[in-house]
Each structure stands twice: as C-alpha cells, then as structure tokens.
Design a protein around this ligand. Structure first.
Ligand code: PMP
Length: 398
C-alpha cells in the first residue's frame, strides 16, 4: 500500500479522539446491558413527522437528482431572511452556502480562511471535532485556554496575544457553547471582535445552538461594527429542528467568500440532496414555535439537574445559559474526568463525556447531555452525586 498522507494520519494528533467512553457505552448496550447515555448531543425525539412528510413528498415529486451546488434558491433565501431578522445584518442569498451539516460548514470555513501551515485559534474546552477539522484544512490548531472558575469564557487579551505569537489567520468560537453551556456576553464578543480586527483574523462563529438559549438573547458577532466582512457563521438544523441525521447546515459570509466556497463545494460535497433541502425549507417556514418546542425539554432538564445538585455540595455545575449540556465539576472526587467517567460506566452503567475529551481546560469535569427523559436524568444525576460522595469518603479514609 502506498503511504497514507501524514495530514490524514495525524488528524487526531496521534492521541485519542476523546470518544472512548461513548464507544464503550455503545458496545455495552449492543451486548445487552442497559446504559443511561448522557454522552452525545442528540435529541431523544426524532425529526418531526411533518418535516419527514415534506421530505417524502419532495423526493416523490422528483427532487432526487443533483441539486444546485450552492443550495436551492428558496432555501438560501429563507436562511438569508432568518439571519437578517435575527441579527439585523442585511443578508441575501449570495451570503449563504448550504452545506451537509454544520460540520461540513466548519471544514469549509477553515478552508476559506487558511493556507497549509497557517495557525488557527480555537477556544478550549471545545467541540471534539475542532482540532481535527483545522488539521483537515491543513491548518495548525492553537488552543486558547480558559478557566472553569470564569465559566470557561475566553479573554480577548489572551486571544490577541496568541494571535500575535502564532501569526494566526482565524479564530473559532462557539456560543451557546458545547460542551460548557456558556453563552458569551456582549462585552466578551466586543473584545473578541476588537482582537480579530487588530490581528486581521477571520472569525468563524459556530452558532449551531442559537435556538437553545435559557437566559437573554443570542448575539451573533457578525452584527458587530465592521465584522460582517471578516466573519463566517456556521449554522445547522441539527439542533434547532432535531434534524441531526439529515445533514443540513450553512455558512453565512461575505459574498466573495461564499463564491469561493461554492467552488470548494463543487470540488467536495457537490451539494446537499434536494429532498433534504426542501424538508429544511419546510421546517424553517414553520417559524419559531417549532424551534421553541424542540428546545424546551433541555431548559426544563437543566433546571431539574440544578435543583438536584442544590441538595449537596460535592458536584457543582458551571453556570450555563444555553445548549443541551451541563458541565459538572467533579474535582472533589479526586479523579480525572476520564477515570470518573470510566468508573461511573462500569459501576452504574451511566455514560457521560470526560471533560478532557473537550480539552485540557475542562480536566476534572464531566459533560452531561440533557438528552434522556426527565426521570431517568434525575436518577442518573442522583447516582452521580452519591457516587462522588462515596469516592470522596473513600479518598478521605485512604
Ligand atoms: N458545532 C457544534 C458546537 C456541535 O456541537 C455540533 C454537533 N454536535 C456541530 C457543530 C455539528 O453539527 P452538525 O454537523 O450536525 O450540523
């Protein structure tokens, strides 16, 4: 066999991809052991049947051939209208590329921003695919670390310093945030915008959780003065419309960037199936009530978990204002997030993500996805608390 490219064999930097606990939980389930899975960011409901009906009808109406590579015009228009309404930034079809999911949009955005060997900043803790996505675009990932006691918010001065030190070309942020649930406040976004302008960075703003906001309103940094020309927004219908398997998302950006990204799409994905795009258009035209219904269980479950945690003081939650996760501090158990997650899976058949899967900043934490029914979630959180108490006691007597 000829040699594989080092680019592809080093996508995970030779280390793990952070999903070991998840894979082990899936294997246990396949072998017949019931496992409470609080791992992956996927709703416990499927895609709404009305959306599936629209998909079916579109396929039967003949939308099974090649669809327009940039996305079908009415969907690009609908996304543009949505973005204009939500952010106030005039946005048209030419600012939109439809992609097979947010993940593909993240890769495309980095391809637009980076030449091979360019440095690309991202905030740690981070969504697990980020460093690999940057490497796939032949970039060099540079983590901007944050602190648990500051709700994992990045400091604009740290971003600016890391940009100067590395000559970075881009910064990737994500608010509302996976894995932490943190929502960046306006002053953080202002500072980030200033750091991007001062260091001539592309800002890649991952906003796939923009409908899952528990306090305040979603702020898109593309709307800040001077930022529309250097911001590429990542959107997706995976989380907002429970359409994870449909693989439908987009990039919003300057027209010249979108024109170049259409060339990239021609050379890579060749577009998104027409029947999926028609279903997405149908879903978007249902308006915000459907989105609110889909987001509601996560808000309710966040409150439920916080009410359980309030009864004890060993496990604490990072303040969260959005997204379908809670990051829990389990440092009082004196185990790494990884060791804690492995032991919890073995002894109680509850699967959570180790904080370390999302970067060094989240060590000693676990991420809980709020994606199981309320009673199962409540039982799992109770168990996590008693498990931590038992570990703490064990350590004290050791
Ligand atoms: N960004 C973030 C922060 C995510 O959590 C996810 C999915 N979990 C994605 C992007 C990609 O989502 P999709 O490709 O399903 O649109």
């Amino acid at each position: 066999m000829p040699q594989l490219s080092p680019r592809i064999t080093t996508l995970n930097d030779g280390g793990s991809d952070g999903w070991e606990v998840f894979y082990r939980a899936r294997a246990m389930k396949a072998a017949g052991t019931p496992v409470t899975e609080l791992t992956i960011g996927e709703h416990d409901i499927g895609t709404d049947t009305a959306i599936l009906d629209a998909m079916h009808a579109a396929a039967h109406a003949g939308q099974t051939g090649y669809a327009a590579v940039p996305g079908i015009a009415p969907l690009r228009d609908a996304v543009a209208t949505r973005v204009t309404e939500r952010t106030g930034v005039p946005t048209t079809r030419d600012n939109i590329l439809i992609t097979p999911g947010g993940q593909s949009a993240l890769f495309a955005a980095h391809m637009a921003a980076l030449d091979p060997g360019d440095h690309a900043l991202y905030v740690d803790p981070y969504y697990a695919t980020y460093p690999g996505t940057i490497r796939a675009a032949s970039g060099v990932p540079v983590a901007v670390t944050t602190r648990a006691d500051q709700a994992f918010l990045p400091h604009p001065e740290t971003i600016a310093r890391r940009a100067r030190e590395t000559g970075a070309k881009s910064l990737l942020i994500n608010t509302p945030n996976n894995p932490t649930g943190t929502v960046y406040p306006a002053d953080t976004l202002d500072g980030i915008a200033a750091a991007c302008t001062a260091n001539d960075l592309w800002l890649i703003s991952d906003e796939v959780y923009d409908t899952q906001l528990w306090d305040g309103a979603h702020l898109s940094p593309r709307a800040l003065p001077g930022m529309a020309g250097r911001t590429l927004v990542i959107g997706s219908m995976s989380k907002s419309h429970a359409m994870t398997g449909s693989r439908i998302g987009w990039v919003v950006g300057p027209k010249t960037a979108i024109a170049a990204l259409i060339d990239l799409a021609t050379a890579t994905t060749y577009g998104v199936p027409g029947f999926i795009q028609s279903a997405a258009l149908f879903a978007l035209t249902q308006g915000p009530d459907l989105e609110a219904d889909i987001a509601a269980p996560f808000r309710r479950r966040r409150d439920l978990v916080l009410s359980i945690l309030a009864r004890q003081d060993l496990v604490t939650a990072i303040p969260s204002a959005g997204a379908m996760y809670l990051m829990l501090d389990i440092r009082k158990a004196q185990l790494s997030g990884r060791a804690f997650a492995e032991a919890l899976l073995d002894s109680h058949h509850i699967a959570v993500m180790p904080g370390e899967s999302f970067g060094a900043s989240a060590a000693g934490h676990i991420r809980v996805a709020l994606t199981v029914a309320d009673d199962r979630l409540a039982a799992a959180i109770d168990t996590i608390c008693s498990f931590t108490a038992a570990l703490t006691l064990e350590k004290r007597h050791a």
